[in-house]
Each structure stands twice: as C-alpha cells, then as structure tokens.
Design a protein around this ligand. Sequence first.
Ligand SMILES: NC(=O)c1ccc[n+]([C@@H]2O[C@H](COP(=O)([O-])OP(=O)(O)OC[C@H]3O[C@@H](n4cnc5c(N)ncnc54)[C@H](OP(=O)(O)O)[C@@H]3O)[C@@H](O)[C@H]2O)c1
Length: 378
Amino acid sequence: MRAGRGVLLTGASGYLGSLIATTLLLGEPDVRILAPVRPGHDPLALLATLRSELIASGAVAPEAMLERLSFTALPAFGSLAALLPELAAFGIEEVVHCAACLDYFDEAALQAINVGLTEELLALAGSAGVRRFTYVSTAFSSGYVDHRIGETLHGDPEGDPTDYTKTKRLAERRVAESGIAYLILRPSIVIGHSGDGRYSGKRYGLYQLWSGIERLLCREWHETIHAFAPRERINLIHQDAFQNAFLAGWQQLPDNSILNMVAAEACAPTVRDLWVLWLEAVNRPRQTVFYDRMADIPSRAIPPPQRALLALASVNLEIIGHPWRFDRAGLDRLIAAGVTFPEATLATIEICQNRLIDQSAAIEKFLAKHEQRFALAG
Ligand SMILES: NC(=O)c1ccc[n+]([C@@H]2O[C@H](COP(=O)([O-])OP(=O)(O)OC[C@H]3O[C@@H](n4cnc5c(N)ncnc54)[C@H](OP(=O)(O)O)[C@@H]3O)[C@@H](O)[C@H]2O)c1
C-alpha cells in the first residue's frame, strides 16, 4: 500500500467533481485520488482540465500534484464489486460520490444513476471498510416545502420540481441508512469563479438561461423583451466558495453531518436583478416587461424566439421562482472559524457574466451589428 490516504472520487470528469479533485490536490497533500471514469472517456482530456484549474488556482507544481491522481475504468452497473481489489491496493479510506444524472426528464436514468449507482457504491464502500462516505447532493433535494430547509434528512414533500430532486433525496436516505459514517453536502447553484469568472461546467442553472438568451435573442434586436423575472432571491454560489466550503466541511465536520452550501439570503440578487444586469450589457431592448408569474406571460403573443427561451428554461425558471429558504448554520460556523466564502453578489456575478460575453462570438457579432443603435440610445 502506498503512503497517504486514498480517496475514491466518482464524477471527476464533471464540473463539481473536477473542482473537488483540484481542491483535494491543493489542500490535502497526503491524499491520493482514485477516479473511476466511464469507458470512452479520455483521461488525458480530464487531466488537461484539472491542470488548467490547478494553474488558475495558483498551483506552483501542478504536475507533481497530478501524480497523486490515478484513473481506473468504471465497471458496468451491477459489477462495481470488481473494483474491490483495486480499492484495497490503493488504500482507499474515503469515498466522495459526485457522479449523478442531471437530466431532469430521463426518469429511468435518474433512478438508475442517482439511486442505483449510489446504492452500489455504498455496498462497495461497506465491503472495502471505508471510513466515511461523502455524498454531493443538492440544496433542492427537499422538494417544494413551505418551511426553512434544515440540515437534516428530508421527509416527503408536497411535490418535487423534477425527479432529479426526488432521486437526490432518496440517495441521501440510502447514504444515511448505510451504516457508514457520512457527510452530505448540498450545494445550491454553482457558478464560475468569483475573481475571474472562469467556469468549466455544462450549461446548467444560470448558464442555461444566459446561453439560451445568447442563442435565441441575439440573432436580431428585440424592441421589447418579455421576461419571467420574479423578485425572488436566487441562490447562487461561486465555485471557489464551493471549494473552500467543501474542504473545510470535509476536514472539520463531525461524522453524519449535512451541510447546506448556500448563499447568505441578504446578499443574493433577485431574478429580476439578473435580467437587468444582462439586458443592459447585451440586448438593450427599448422596453422590458417583467412578469412575477409564468402564467401571466402572454406566451402566444410574444415573439417566437422569446417563446422558445421560455420553453427551454421553463423548469429552471419555475424552480428559481419558488421561495427557497435555507438554514445555513453549519456553513456560518465554518465561516466564523475562518473559511473564506465569497458570496455571489451582483458585482461578482457580473464578472462571470462578462467572461461569458467576452467569449461569445454570437454576442460580439450582435453588439457590432447594433453598435450605432446602442450609441444613439446612450
Ligand atoms: N452544477 C451545479 O450547480 C450543482 C449544484 C448542486 C448539486 N450538484 C451535484 O453535483 C454533482 C455533479 O454535478 P455537475 O454539475 O458536476 O454535473 P456534470 O458536470 O454533468 O458531471 C456529472 C458527473 O457524473 C458522471 N456520471 C453521469 N452518469 C454516470 C453514470 N451512469 N455512471 C458514472 N458516472 C456518471 C459524469 O460522468 P461522464 O463525464 O462520464 O458523463 C460526470 O462525471 C451531482 O451530484 C449534482 O447533483 C451540482
């Protein structure tokens, strides 16, 4: 067995998984990571992502850090036990489970991956005698509830935004019932770095809306834009805040903790603030009509690209239109003990927005085409 602590990390090829990998490489010098990847994945591409994140985070010797990371092929469903000898040889002491299905509409895959794969990993972790199982869940795993969302396991809610939240809640229960010491982390919506706006994730959350506007509303200028923009605060956290809170929670929280990784309510902008920020930077319509409720939007009367945007983002818009209220006592304690948690304010979100705008050929073309109009409008 090699020196140092072995950690099995699933989902390292994804956004949060790659952030966790770099956090552990940077912040835990004696940790070695074993990352199972699905067949067809090129570990070299993943290494390149991790290398650039390490460099952007200020690592002076990224290659030496990456030597503490090993890849292995993820066996097919039902055959995870085949990894047992490798786990023993690697000296795996902890599991961090970050792999998941995020396709809101694929019920079967949500059940199979979010619940089924978690169950199988728990069985593997039990056989391997790991010390702790860390599960990356979501802040929205409670489903729609009227009360403040605590840092405890959830009961059955009135309803769920999607089967994604439902299956994440079921997976949390499996983790808690496994008999293995656990840590359940519940991030809200993760956006780019608070300092430079870099973001390597897929077009989820706010990025779905931004890239939807880029694709659908930047082909032509819209004199009037109809926006579903409730005055609810939207809970976003920066990737660096997520990384700092992950490391502190992983290092400091007692066994069987649940941590809501969420924004401080007072700092969070409203959905309307975010629309104004974007529209002033890019589309600059003569008039914007804001709606508090999706049902109030005259969807048949609005231009087809705006209707298409609503259809594309409707589920996420509906979710962010709900008044989510989170308890964040655990995170506040970590912050009080010295953890840096840059809140996502309008100013730091603008950094992420500007990064996306600067990298978009479609927006560059749109702004150039309408330069005169915008100059005249002041
Ligand atoms: N992004 C957010 O804002 C956010 C917020 C709250 C919670 N989360 C949670 O964070 C975790 C990661 O999300 P993400 O945003 O990083 O998503 P992502 O970029 O789509 O990554 C998902 C990861 O899961 C893996 N995966 C998917 N299906 C799998 C399967 N059948 N078997 C094994 N691995 C599979 C993917 O592997 P491949 O590369 O092979 O597809 C990828 O590594 C999830 O548990 C999600 O619920 C994310």
